[in-house]
Design a protein around this ligand. Structure first.
Ligand SMILES: [Zn+2]
Ligand SMILES: [Zn+2]
Length: 182
């Protein structure tokens, strides 16, 4: 099962869409699903989070806001992007979310966008010192990361290391009502 993005079929003027991906436990037909703000390229917390985001950030109210809230209710269950299990490392990158450069620890699943934090992590975690050879830059490798949320709620997964790069955050995504597999 692939990661799948479904635009809103015109019901909210292309402002939101649903991103879904399979749950990690094999054999499960379950999937995780979050609501994306297409222009901000972030996932939005359900219920009050949706109201607050579109009211505060996009100044929507009345019917326009109601359409998005209705859409989200019809799409239930929607997960909280702050706590939902993330797509697997090595997944193809998701076009609707920004890709950022980051670092992956060679000895555990620690991922960060900060060159300072990867060094702090290496020493705090007590990983063996790396001298030359594997991860000759100190026990980590450079990777490309995606996240559902920004700021203090950012949690990263590493995406396929392809040459393709998505545009920087803030660029509007597709507004077509089509559904595409990525
Ligand atoms: Zn937004
Ligand atoms: Zn580590």
């Amino acid at each position: 099962m692939a990661i799948h993005f479904e635009a809103d079929a015109g019901r909210t003027g292309g402002q939101v869409g649903l991103l879904s991906w399979p749950a990690a436990d094999a054999g499960s037909s379950q999937e995780h699903r979050v609501l994306l703000c297409v222009s901000c390229r972030v996932a939005i917390r359900p219920d009050d989070g949706i109201r607050l985001h579109f009211w505060r950030t996009h100044r929507l109210e009345g019917e326009a806001l109601g359409q998005i809230v209705d859409y989200s209710h019809a799409a239930e269950p929607i997960a909280n992007p702050y706590t939902v299990p993330l797509p697997a490392d090595g997944s193809p990158h998701i076009e609707q979310l920004p890709v950022v450069d980051g670092f992956s620890c060679s000895d555990c699943r620690f991922l960060t966008t900060s060159p300072k934090l990867i060094k702090v992590h290496r020493s705090r975690a007590g990983h063996a010192q790396v001298t030359g050879g594997r991860g000759s830059n100190g026990g980590w490798s450079e990777v490309r990361l995606q996240t559902l949320s920004l700021g203090s709620h950012a949690r990263y997964w590493a995406v396929e290391q392809g040459p393709a790069r998505t545009a920087s955050p803030g660029v509007s995504g597709p507004t077509s009502a089509s559904s595409q597999y990525i």
